[in-house]
Design a binder for this molecule. Structure first.
Ligand SMILES: [Zn+2]
Ligand SMILES: [Zn+2]
Ligand SMILES: [Zn+2]
Length: 127
């Protein structure tokens, strides 16, 4: 039991390290490939879900339907509402968090629990 707990913490820390060392967002597959130890995809998703619940990680769904994850740095007061733009490059397929934020209108009678903003185009590196 004890060892399992330690190993889980170790895996969580590794995922966090990988995400903090990248300038763009990463899919669960990208993270799995970057892990120095063998971890299955289900475990990666479980770790990411837990981080997302705690407001430490957020994600955006790319054009291909995959979720791309990033560490929360300046995500604002409300952890669930990430009102910044994400840019997906059609050439290199990198999805990056952009500093630009959007104003989320108050939707009368609706409760907003999550926001995702994706802009698609060609990035600076691929121009
Ligand atoms: Zn965030
Ligand atoms: Zn690009
Ligand atoms: Zn972001």
């Amino acid at each position: 039991m004890e060892t399992k707990k330690t190993r889980n913490t170790e895996k969580q820390n590794l995922v966090k390290d990988i995400l903090s060392n990248t300038e763009h967002t990463m899919s669960a597959e990208d993270i799995m490939a970057a892990m120095p130890i063998k971890v299955n995809k289900t475990t990666i998703y479980r770790i990411l879900d837990r981080f997302a619940e705690k407001g430490e990680v957020h994600f955006v769904t790319g054009k291909n339907g995959k979720a791309y994850y990033a560490l929360c740095n300046n995500c604002g007061v409300s952890h669930n509402i990430h009102n910044h733009i994400h840019f997906e490059c059609q050439r290199c397929k990198e999805v990056t968090c952009q500093p630009n934020t959007l104003h989320i209108p108050n939707l009368e009678g609706f409760t907003i629990q999550e926001t995702q903003f994706l802009v698609i185009g060609i990035c600076n590196k691929c121009k």
